[in-house]
Design a binder for this molecule. Structure first.
Ligand code: C2O
Ligand code: CU
Length: 461
């Protein structure tokens, strides 16, 4: 672990974090998928009334998209909704024009249209995909799914289980509460917080794992705004990967997952019979899911330790370019005035006339709002200050950044992330090499906050 001073005072050379989405080579394997977004009947609970969601391929969550490191993913996206949409591949160091941001990297895909996404995946890890058009509505209605990139090390695991969690807000008929979509209260406070947790679309599912084996669990938080918090019946959980990037493994009794974030656990199943997982962010702990250890398998096989990808340490760099991002707004905040579309307005009129509550550097953002333009090859330090009363799950498209994370108990950890959960008042530095040209969105993944101003892009030219 680096000390704070070492972390900030590197000198010499450059940093290269993850490999670039270079040109597609003819010998790369193409993984073909088709995703059709459509209105789909859905029953949340037997006690409830049939509902209609917006899903990919009529399933919640959408199908698993899986590839090996260095493959090409090719997705034919068919939009059968009655409004425009796009798909974003969250966490993938993408080719900019495949990033799926409407107005910024592509035109919205209109109802009835088809759009081809094709991009290489150069880093094994846990990612996800989701609609990126009016996300506060389209993601809340179910338009998302897991995207998993594997490499040869993944063969060592006896079980590999995706745990995609969502926090739905249901009404008393156990249907999606559509009336409250767009509520000003949600937009100016913590975002849309739900009341119905699903894991892979189900309430409290069970999975079976091998005895005396190694299981990999890939947690993904697809909630609009809830910071999920997971605990288990295990004596500590071993975290091996964060936001699709390996870390030096460490143990936590409990971990938080902000919207958009991922965490992978390694579990050695030994002789236990069941392992229970809980979600503890609400007033009372919820049963999240259960692992049943298959007692008949591999009775007395003692396996050797598993080999994991090592953490890519921050290489030395010099002359970073510092971009200050001062986040303000929301209820009980200190944003008196801000600029929106070139006009300075007070907080009240922004709220009432434009439904905007949040700003970076006193500017209310939108997809086409430029935060900065930087030169390819520069080392960037995003110097971010959450000067509001609310936590924010800050996501940078197309890049992972180093951050001294305060998210875990114990010491601060220097990790690579694409989404970092910032507490009220927190100041952090996100450090990365701007080697990927294009317009990269930077926004809060609490989707109501992004919709009401906490959004903009950083261009690399
Ligand atoms: Cu998963 Cu722009 O976000
Ligand atoms: Cu936020």
């Amino acid at each position: 672990m680096l000390s704070r001073r070492e972390f900030l005072n590197f000198s010499a050379a450059t940093i290269a974090l993850t490999s670039l989405p270079n040109q597609i080579q003819s010998n790369q394997l193409i993984r073909n998928y088709k995703l059709t977004a459509e209105i789909t009947p859905h029953l949340f609970d037997k006690k409830g009334v049939l509902d209609s969601l917006w899903l990919y391929n009529k399933q919640s969550p959408g199908p698993v998209i899986e590839a090996k490191e260095n493959d090409i993913i090719r997705v034919e996206f068919v939009n059968n909704l009655d409004e425009a949409s796009t798909i974003h591949w969250h966490g993938i160091k993408n080719i900019n024009k495949m990033d799926g941001v409407p107005y910024l990297t592509q035109d919205p895909v209109q109802p009835g249209e088809t759009y081809i996404y094709e991009f290489p995946v150069n880093n094994a890890g846990t990612f996800w995909y989701h609609a990126h058009f009016e996300t506060w509505k389209q993601i809340s209605k179910g338009l998302y799914g897991p995207l998993i990139v594997k490499n040869h090390l993944d063969k060592q695991f006896d079980n590999d289980i995706i745990i995609l969690a969502d926090d739905w807000r249901l009404n008393k008929n156990y249907q999606l509460d559509k009336k409250s979509l767009g509520s000003l209260h949600d937009w100016s406070h913590a975002g849309r917080i739900g009341n119905w947790l699903t894991i892979n679309g189900k309430k409290f599912p069970e999975y079976s794992v091998n005895k005396n084996g190694y299981a990999r669990l890939r947690f993904i938080n697809a909630s609009n705004a809830r910071i999920l918090s997971f605990g288990s019946s295990l004596n500590g959980m071993k975290i091996i990967s964060i936001d699709g990037m390996s870390v030096e493994p460490f143990i936590q009794d409990k971990f938080d997952l902000g919207p958009g974030q991922r965490i992978d656990l390694l579990i050695k199943t030994d002789d236990m019979s069941t392992i229970d997982f809980f979600e503890v962010s609400g007033k009372k702990p919820l049963n999240a899911f259960k692992l049943n250890v298959n007692q008949s398998s591999k009775k007395n096989i003692v396996k050797k330790d598993i080999k994991l990808q090592s953490f890519k340490k921050i290489p030395p760099y010099k002359n970073p370019k510092i971009l200050k991002i001062h986040m303000q707004g929301g209820a009980m905040g200190n944003l008196a005035k801000a600029y929106f579309e070139g006009e300075e307005k007070n907080f009240r009129s922004l709220a009432m006339e434009d439904k905007k509550f949040w700003a970076f550097n006193k500017e209310v953002g939108k997809y086409e709002h430029s935060l900065a333009s930087i030169k390819k090859g520069e080392i960037i330090i995003l110097d971010v200050w959450n000067d509001s009363r609310w936590p924010h799950s800050m996501h940078l498209h197309g890049n992972h950044f180093y951050v001294e994370s305060k998210e875990f108990s114990g010491d601060d950890k220097l990790i690579l992330r694409d989404t970092y959960l910032m507490q009220p008042g927190e100041k952090s530095k996100f450090i990365y090499l701007a080697d990927n040209p294009g317009k990269w969105l930077f926004h809060c993944h609490m989707l109501e906050h992004a919709a009401s101003g906490m959004i903009g892009y950083i261009e690399v030219v």
